[in-house]
Write a protein of this length. Structure first.
Length: 278
C-alpha cells in the first residue's frame, strides 16, 4: 500500500460515531494500539484491516484508497443565507478532539488528563503544554460551541422577512446544530454546571442572548397575528429546550438525518405556537 490507511480509518470512525475505545474493543486491541494505527505508527496486516473495515461498515479498498473529499467553500459571513445550514468539519487540535471523545464517553468528572493524552496519542505533559488544565479544555470546547451556534442563529434570524419566518428559521438552525454538532452540543448542555467562573457566567449570558432572539421573534409573531399562543416566551423556551435535547438521542446513522429532524422540529414548533396560515 502506498500510504498508511490510518487517517482514513480515523475519518471513517468519526463518520460512524465510534469512540477510539469502542473501535479498539471491537477489534480486540488496546486504545493505545488503536491510536497508533490511526496515526500510522504501526503497520497493519490485511486481516486486521478487513476486520476494521467490517466494523466501520466500509470496504477495505476505501480505507486504502479513500475517494477525494468534495471541496466546499468555508462558511461565509453572518449575512449569507445558506451557509448556516452547512456543517464543515471543525479544525481542532488533537487534544481537543481527544477531549471530545473522552468527555462524551466518560463525562467531565469521570475523565482524566491521562485519558485525554492517551486518546490524543500524546503524553500528559504534551497536553499541558497547549492546554492549562482539564477545566481549560472544557472552557475552550464550550466557548467554541457557542461561537458556532451564535452566528448560525443570527444568520437564520436575518434570513427571515417576517417574525414567523424568522422564528421558524432559528428553530431550524437550533435543531440542525444540536444534531450536526452532536458531541460538542452534548458536552455543552450536560457539563455547563462543571464550568468554573467566570466562564460559566459568560456562557450562560451568551446562551440567554440566543434565547432572547428566539423569544423576540415569537413575541413579534403574536403581535402580528401569525402566532396565536397565549405564552410566546414560555413556548419559545420549550421549543429551544426540545432542540437542546436532540444530542441525547440523535445519531447520524439513525432512520432520519439531521435535516429531516430539523424540518420536523420546525413543524412541531409552529404547531406549538399555533401558527395561523393564510
Amino acid at each position: 500500500m502506498a500510504e498508511h490507511p490510518g487517517p482514513a480509518i480515523r475519518a471513517a470512525r468519526a463518520r460512524a460515531r465510534l469512540t477510539l475505545r469502542a473501535l479498539a474493543d471491537a477489534i480486540g486491541v488496546s486504545v493505545g494500539t488503536m491510536s497508533a494505527i490511526e496515526t500510522a505508527k504501526v503497520a497493519l496486516t490485511t486481516d486486521r484491516l478487513d476486520v476494521i473495515a467490517a466494523t466501520l461498515g466500509v470496504r477495505s479498498a476505501d480505507l486504502l484508497d479513500p475517494p477525494p473529499e468534495r471541496a466546499e467553500p468555508a462558511p461565509g459571513p453572518v449575512g449569507e443565507v445558506m451557509s448556516w445550514r452547512r456543517f464543515d468539519e471543525l479544525h481542532l487540535d488533537p487534544a481537543l478532539r481527544a477531549a471530545i471523545e473522552v468527555f462524551t464517553e466518560f463525562g467531565y468528572h469521570g475523565a482524566t488528563m491521562r485519558m485525554v493524552a492517551t486518546a490524543a496519542d500524546s503524553s500528559v505533559a504534551g497536553i499541558y503544554h497547549y492546554h492549562r488544565s482539564k477545566q481549560g479544555l472544557l472552557a475552550t470546547l464550550t466557548n467554541l460551541t457557542i461561537d458556532d451556534l451564535e452566528w448560525r442563529v443570527a444568520a437564520a434570524d436575518s434570513a427571515g422577512d417576517t417574525p414567523a419566518t424568522r422564528f421558524a428559521l432559528m428553530v431550524e438552525a437550533l435543531a440542525l446544530f444540536h444534531a450536526s454538532r452532536r458531541d460538542l452540543a452534548l458536552i455543552t448542555v450536560t457539563e455547563m454546571r462543571s464550568l468554573e467562573e467566570p466562564d460559566r457566567g459568560r456562557l450562560a449570558d451568551r446562551r440567554r442572548a440566543i434565547q432572547s432572539r428566539v423569544d423576540a421573534a415569537a413575541i413579534a409573531a403574536v403581535a402580528a397575528g401569525t402566532f396565536a399562543t397565549g405564552d410566546p416566551r414560555e413556548t419559545a423556551r420549550a421549543v429551544a429546550t426540545m432542540c437542546m435535547a436532540l444530542p441525547q438521542w440523535f445519531h447520524a446513522d439513525g432512520s432520519a438525518g439531521a435535516q429531516e429532524v430539523a424540518r420536523d422540529y420546525v413543524r412541531y414548533s409552529m404547531a406549538m405556537m399555533r401558527f395561523q396560515s393564510d
